[in-house]
Design a protein around this ligand. Structure first.
Ligand SMILES: NC(=O)CC[C@H](N)C(=O)O
Length: 312
């Protein structure tokens, strides 16, 4: 269906190109500022119907906050939900992704969820490994398995740029160290977080990660899951409630599928049991979400009836 329907996918892309003009490329991490604001593309990877890409899918970009889903997955594999959620909450924040305001006032100073920066830095501090490089490699190896693409690796320039300008994240991390949320070396947690945000991918990689989650942790064509489906259920639920930062509620109403965005303009979306979708559109809104990318997902959801709360 998806291959045969490439015309529909192309129409959805063309209809939404105009919205790239309504956003801006993030430049608070200077290296991200080089992205082309007019770029737009997406890949759909389906369970039984192959994979199709339209638009500027050759564009490479960094995961940015999309990496938060993968870090959470690895931390859950390492420690289990009980230990992980003792340190980080499960509630939507309603605040910007890099907000510091609730850290002091929340119960036990827990960051509200793993999809905001504070939560993701705390999660990074829990990823097991002898040193940062080993921890980073563990995450990359999992990505290689999910995508069958062993080329996925660090974008060194973005990493350096982010590390040089990441003072807000540094302040979040040191605050969490002072309250005991971070128990390990704070600089190492930050370094790993910056590296994970700087992993370079294409839309097709995101779509395959999405399909892996849509398949409840199974690699296409393999029967036994690589990760416990209960863990995938946690990831999808947190993506649904918090994946689009303080626009998660609106996105859930209009699109209705679990998704995670990043300030590079990428969006990873999952239609459980059906497909994974990867979108790139570097022009983002003031909440950090790709403007045209969200419109594409809304159109795909309406065209194919993907909203998870749909009349049967
Ligand atoms: N929303 C995002 O994608 C933020 C990730 C970015 N690396 C940051 O820490 O600021």
């Amino acid at each position: 269906m998806i291959q045969a329907d490439k015309k529909t996918l192309q129409r959805i892309l063309d209809d939404n190109r105009k919205y790239t003009a309504d956003g801006k490329v993030a430049d608070y991490i200077p290296e991200l500022g080089h992205a082309n604001p007019a770029a737009l593309g997406f890949t759909v990877a389906t369970k039984n119907d192959g994979i199709a890409s339209v638009g500027d899918c050759g564009t490479t970009f960094t995961l940015q906050s999309i990496s938060k889903v993968i870090s959470l997955l690895v931390a859950l594999l390492d420690h289990g939900p009980k230990k992980v959620f003792a340190k980080v909450g499960m509630e939507p924040s309603g605040d910007p992704f890099n907000s510091i305001i609730k850290l002091e006032t929340m119960d036990h100073h827990k960051p509200l969820n793993p999809m905001i920066n504070a939560g993701a830095i705390a999660i990074a501090s829990m990823i097991a490994g002898n040193h940062v490089e080993e921890r980073f490699q563990r995450v990359c190896e999992l990505l290689h398995l999910m995508t069958a693409n062993t080329h996925i690796s660090l974008n060194e320039q973005v990493y350096r740029s982010e590390k040089a300008t990441g003072d807000r994240n540094r302040s979040l991390a040191y605050f969490m160290k002072s309250t005991g949320i971070i128990e390990t070396d704070v600089e190492e947690a930050l370094d790993l977080y910056f590296q994970l945000c700087s992993i370079q991918v294409r839309c097709s990689d995101l779509a395959k990660i999405g399909l892996f989650l849509a398949n409840w942790g199974r690699i296409e064509g393999k029967d036994s899951p690589l990760v416990d489906p209960c863990i995938v259920q946690i990831l999808l639920t947190i993506m649904m409630t918090s994946g689009m930062y303080n626009a998660s509620g609106e996105f859930a109403i209009h699109v209705g599928i679990p998704a995670k965005s990043g300030v590079s303009g990428g969006i990873l979306a999952v239609v459980p049991n059906k497909m994974g979708i990867g979108v790139i559109g570097p022009a983002i809104d003031d909440k950090g979400n790709s403007v045209a990318g969200m419109r594409i997902l809304e159109d795909l959801s309406k065209e194919y009836g993907l909203h998870v709360f749909s009349e049967g």
